[in-house]
Write a protein that binds this ligand. Structure first.
Ligand SMILES: Nc1ncnc2c1ncn2[C@@H]1O[C@H](COP(=O)(O)OP(=O)(O)OP(=O)(O)O)[C@@H](O)[C@H]1O
Ligand SMILES: [Mg+2]
Length: 260
């Protein structure tokens, strides 16, 4: 237990744990936000991979983006043997197929209840929230469409109602993850010039933390940096942190300069 009394979940990415004063506070739900190709999936997969491999902690990676086989293949390029950890019962990869829609909430809830992971990734929240409907939450006290429309008044714009529905879906998902006591990374794609920190414009407020990933390409040079914009229950580095996507995954550069 660190000096501040807050239990940590180490990402296993050295400079990042240092920037977080030891790791993500256990139980935090952290938004991983950034543009296309910034490394959101790599960072998130590394979090559950390291959890299982280095710390023996069970993890689940829910993905709407890549099938299980593609994930295993991609991981091999970083030298991560996911199948071995799956066999040991330390890791689950679950593809949520948004084309052949099943009840995603039920899949997530049942997996977490039965597998009891310590680490969870949802990649990505955007496609998931878009393809979930309020009826997925029939077991919860989700408010009905009629109530939602009532809330936005008789002049209700469809857009406003949709925002409320997304918000409601997110709240329910967040509260289910909170109740399950997991530490989660929730991926959200972000357009480069967004004024918000998440695509749904609400996740940054209900999350315990936000890590923003940036990419800048000048000619053939690439600059990747991340910033911990918010992390409840801990002090953390506020500055931009340079990183690379190397052949072992995310690597923090100039680690010695990180002082928390
Ligand atoms: N084995 C590798 N070695 C080095 N760099 C890699 C490797 N694999 C992927 N990359 C880099 O990582 C980038 C993609 O990373 P990742 O898929 O984690 O990003 P993302 O933010 O999840 O992207 P998306 O928005 O498409 O979901 C690639 O564009 C490439 O530059
Ligand atoms: Mg991705």
């Amino acid at each position: 237990m660190p000096k501040d009394g807050i239990e940590r979940v180490e990402t296993g990415i050295k400079g990042l744990d240092k920037a977080l004063n030891g790791g993500v506070p256990r139980g935090n739900l952290v938004l991983i936000s950034g543009g296309a190709g910034t490394g959101k999936s790599t960072l998130s997969l590394q979090f559950v991979y390291n959890g299982a491999k280095l710390y023996g902690e069970k993890g689940v990676y829910f993905t709407t983006e890549q099938r299980e086989d593609e994930l295993r293949k991609q991981a091999t390029r970083f030298g991560w043997d996911l199948a071995a950890l799956e066999k040991k019962g330390l890791l689950k990869l679950i593809f949520l197929d948004i084309v052949h829609k099943v009840n995603f909430y039920e899949t997530i809830e049942t997996t977490i209840r039965t597998f009891k992971p310590e680490r969870v990734v949802v990649d990505s929240m955007v496609t998931l929230a878009d393809s979930m409907s309020i009826t997925d939450f029939k077991d919860l006290t989700a408010i009905s469409f009629a109530q939602l429309l009532e809330n936005v008044g008789p002049q209700a714009q469809v857009q406003q109602a949709e925002k409320l529905i997304t918000r409601n879906i997110l709240y329910n998902l967040y509260s289910a993850l909170k109740q399950a006591n997991v530490t989660a990374l929730l991926v959200s794609e972000l357009p480069e010039k967004s004024d918000f920190l998440s695509a749904d414009e609400i996740s940054e407020f209900i999350s315990d933390g936000v890590i923003l990933l940036h990419y800048l390409g000048i000619g053939s040079a690439e600059f990747r940096s991340l910033q911990i914009r918010k992390m409840r229950y801990t002090t953390h580095e506020k500055d931009y942190i340079l990183y690379d996507i190397a052949n072992t995954g995310i690597e923090i550069k100039k680690e010695a300069e990180i002082k928390v």
